[in-house]
Design a protein around this ligand. Structure first.
Ligand code: ASP
Length: 588
């Protein structure tokens, strides 16, 4: 080794030892006759000191010429530091340099290699190798490594086998567009990159593997948001001879184990909420349950506290639903206007916001005082559990839309009220998802999870009566702090049922056969009942790391335009390569 110790290792116990360190120049300070160098590597920072008169002139001159990020090797004696730095684990000592070598020079880096860097996102991505030298980013990857290791430990312990599945495959629909790869040997034909190893893990169950897992790359060609990447990693799992209950217990165990190992946090038994309740109480299938603020319907299926007062907006609405923001009755007119404008932005698209202030003095004042008297408002307050000092926020309209909008408002109020603490974790299972979802836009049914998800046996008859909206699936999501971290289902394992499900989804018998014939053929050779789940590995890591974006937890991520700024990809390819593939680029 070119060093005897790392830059994070030396302590007072090493004083008087002669050591050799190697690393990068973090900073250099020269005050008069003394020169201090902070030497950095993955493990820490150690101060090196040179003193005119004590250190040779040649070395002193050489050290003076250093720039940031030069790679150097230093040999010297560990000495006690005059002014100690309690912030650094190595802050009690320094190295009095005796031998010095520049192993490699460095250009001046385009941004500062420190926690609060001055580099913008794109610059940091272009010079990702410099960004990765920063503590913060490296720590994220160390955390990722810890989550990976603990996952393997838990699953290995339960007899799961890690099996690799291919990357050049045929489309597996997970609801996104496929990335495709042209085949040179089979011109005019394409592989698809897996959106997940779904069909392969099911085939492994047919093959009798019983318990499979893989920490695996998946590819989905979607428009990107902060928490999405075109390639991302899943903890992908499948089990045979199980019920939904077994899967929930096994993977609740995994998540509890990860929290304990990685964060030293004990997670209580996960509550279960049906999809229907999640939508009714939170307007979302991934409710953030770190805080309550549940929806209360003022006009809905069970009650109507708003009709008959000539307020057309409510009278014509399918649903009038609100939340109670504790202690917000003092919100000013201006704040309410801002909140309303925020809700009216096209991303959310609310038509308006009605509010009722429950003053500290017991008064009830609303933005619809023209239509509703204090008696009416009191009934609302009662229904919503509002007390003096609270603010009731109410949205109305078509039920689906109103719930979605109120979900956004609830999350926003949760943020404003400081109720979404990143160090608090609230986990739950959302269960009983509908099997199918109708798209008005496309005029057809879509699988809510994916086409291999089994209906609940007691709901399967709706397939025959064509009441598709009534079918609940044995499908489940794990939600933590309002983020869907994992999801899965019990699978269809009979050819007939799979054919039926595909036909509801609009596959002709020929299409079904050409795309999934292999799976349905396999089903005819003794397929065990099976089911599984996949966790978004990057998301899980970012959650553990208390960050919003998964990008910070991926060594080489892509930007929002799907580009790798460092290697400059995607890029065009040579004409010869296109010819070989039999492809012609036709940009219109
Ligand atoms: N393949 C599914 C997904 O990627 C997970 C599963 O059903 O196991 O969401």
């Amino acid at each position: 080794m070119l060093r005897t110790h790392t830059c994070g290792e030396l302590r007072p116990a090493h004083i008087n030892q002669t050591v050799t360190l190697a690393g990068w120049v973090q900073t250099i300070r020269n005050i008069g006759k003394v020169l201090w160098l902070d030497l950095r590597d993955r493990y820490g920072i150690t101060q090196i000191v040179a003193e005119e008169g004590k250190t040779s002139d040649a070395i002193f001159a050489q050290m003076r010429s250093l720039g940031r990020e030069f790679v150097v090797q230093v040999t010297g004696k560990v000495v006690e530091r005059y002014s100690k730095n309690p912030e650094l684990p190595t802050g009690d000592i320094e190295i009095a340099v005796e031998q010095f070598e520049i192993l490699n020079a460095s250009k001046t880096p385009p941004f500062k290699i420190q926690d609060d860097t001055d580099g913008g996102d794109d610059l940091r991505m272009e010079y990702r190798y410099l960004d990765l030298r920063r503590n913060i980013v490296r720590k994220n990857l160390e955390l990722r490594h810890a989550v990976n290791r603990a996952t393997r430990q838990y699953l290995d312990g339960l007899g799961f086998i890690d099996v690799e599945t291919p990357v050049l495959i045929k489309s597996t629909p997970e609801g996104a567009r496929d990335f495709v790869v042209p085949s040179r040997m089979n011109k005019g034909e394409f592989y698809a990159l897996p959106q997940s190893p779904q069909t392969f893990k099911q085939i492994l169950m047919v093959a009798g593997f019983d318990r499979y897992y893989q920490i695996v790359k998946c590819f989905r060609d979607e428009d990107l948001r902060a928490d999405r990447q075109p390639e991302f990693t899943q903890i992908d799992c499948e089990m045979s001879f199980i019920t939904q209950e077994d899967i929930l217990n096994t993977f609740e165990g995994l998540v509890k184990f990860l929290f304990k190992e990685v964060k030293d946090v004990e997670i209580p038994t996960l509550p279960r909420m049906t999809y229907a309740d999640a939508m009714r109480l939170y307007g979302s299938d991934k409710p953030d349950t770190r805080f309550d603020m549940q929806f209360v319907e003022l006009k809905g299926q069970d009650r109507d506290l708003t009709s008959g007062k000539n307020f057309v907006v409510f009278d014509s609405a399918e649903l009038v639903v609100g939340i109670c923001a504790k202690g917000c009755s003092e919100y000013t007119r201006k704040q309410m206007d801002e909140l309303t404008d925020w809700l009216k932005r096209p991303q959310i698209g609310a038509k308006g916001l009605i509010y009722v202030r429950y003053g500290q003095d017991g008064s009830l004042k609303s933005s619809v005082d023209k239509f509703y008297n204090e008696e009416d408002l009191k009934k609302w307050a009662e229904a919503m559990g509002a007390e003096k000092g609270d603010l009731m926020l109410i949205i109305s309209g078509e039920a689906g839309k109103a719930r979605k909008q109120l979900n956004e408002l609830r999350l926003e109020m949760g943020t404003r009220l400081g109720l979404r603490d990143k160090n608090k974790f609230s986990c739950l299972w959302v269960v009983d998802f509908p099997m199918l979802e109708y798209s008005e836009d496309d005029n057809r049914w879509y699988a809510m999870h994916h086409p291999f998800t089994a209906p609940k046996p007691e709901d399967a008859h709706y397939l025959d009566t064509q009441e598709f909206g009534k079918i609940r699936a044995n499908a489940y999501d794990m939600v933590i702090n309002g983020v869907e971290v994992g999801g899965g289902s019990i699978r269809i394992f009979q050819r007939g049922l799979q054919e039926k499900a595909l036909s509801v989804l609009g596959f002709s018998p020929e299409e079904a056969k050409s795309q999934f014939g292999f799976l349905m053929d396999a089903f005819e050779f003794g397929t065990p009942p099976h089911g599984g789940i996949a966790f978004g590995f990057d998301r899980l890591c970012s959650l553990f790391g208390g960050a919003d974006s998964i990008r910070d937890f991926i060594a080489f991520p892509k930007n929002n335009a799907g580009r790798d700024m460092m290697i400059k990809s995607p890029s065009t390819i040579a004409q010869a390569q296109l010819d070989e593939l039999g492809l012609k680029v036709n940009l219109k």
